[in-house]
Design a protein around this ligand. Structure first.
Ligand SMILES: *Cc1c(COP(=O)(O)O)cnc(C)c1O
Length: 227
């Protein structure tokens, strides 16, 4: 089952990439495994997935321990509290959800202690929704400038989560906006490289790929509905 889902998702990513004149191998599939038991993650690994995205630190630590025999690449995609930065730095090769200088500075401090340069993405609240995490687009350049001055974090790109809609096309303007913001930011902040765009979930990843996503975060379409 899982293997078939993964196969079909990969094909859909490839089709959307090729239609947009992109190379399918430039898009990485992040399997969102929040609430999914370790043994199902193991199955998904054996079906070919390598990158898994988790939202909660404690849950992720438990699963990483249960799956420590597998070379899984863990990404953190949830809201991160500063006091959990230490654990995030230990486990995750990419943190998608940094949206304040305070959090970035805490990650920097923990990464320095761990002797690591921590790759991060800046989460942008593209639609300005009151209930969503993410920095305001207007404040993005200042944040990227400040964060890029930290020595033990490396800003690798931007992430967004558009407003929920049944219609995948409703996400398109938000994905396009994120790409435009990344281009604008890269042109304005010397030495910055924002090549990673984390956008697109089960309902709208094909649209995200056609708008330039390099990381798609997919849960339900791989593992089924979360309970
Ligand atoms: C849960 C989650 C996803 C995956 O959502 P699906 O609709 O199940 O694919 C992607 N990104 C973030 C930040 C999430 O919290």
């Amino acid at each position: 089952m899982i293997a078939q889902h993964i196969d079909s998702i990969r094909q859909r990513i490839a089709k959307s990439a090729l239609q947009a004149g992109r190379r399918p191998e430039d898009i990485r599939l992040v399997a969102v495994s929040k609430t999914v038991a370790a043994e199902r993650i193991r199955q998904a690994f054996h079906a070919g997935l390598r990158v898994f995205g988790e939202n909660y630190i404690q849950e992720a630590r438990d699963k990483a321990q249960a799956l420590s025999d597998l070379p899984i690449e863990w990404h953190f995609i949830g809201h991160l509290q500063s006091n959990k930065a230490k654990y995030a730095v230990r486990q995750f090769s990419l943190i998608h959800s940094v949206d304040s200088l305070r959090l970035a500075a805490e990650i920097d401090r923990e990464a320095r202690k761990a002797g690591k340069i921590q790759p991060i993405l800046i989460q942008v609240n593209v639609a300005g929704e009151a209930t969503k995490s993410g920095i305001d687009p207007e404040a993005l350049i200042d944040l990227v400038r400040s964060v890029s001055a930290l020595s033990h974090v490396r800003v690798a790109g931007l992430m967004t989560m558009p407003p929920f809609s049944e219609d995948p096309e409703a996400s398109r303007p938000h994905f396009r906006r994120l790409k435009a913001l990344a281009d604008h930011c890269a042109a304005s902040v010397p030495g910055i490289d924002l090549r990673e765009l984390s956008m697109g979930m089960s309902g709208d990843f094909e649209v995200a790929v056609s708008e330039g996503a390099t990381l798609v975060r997919i849960g339900t379409a791989i593992f089924g509905e979360r309970s």
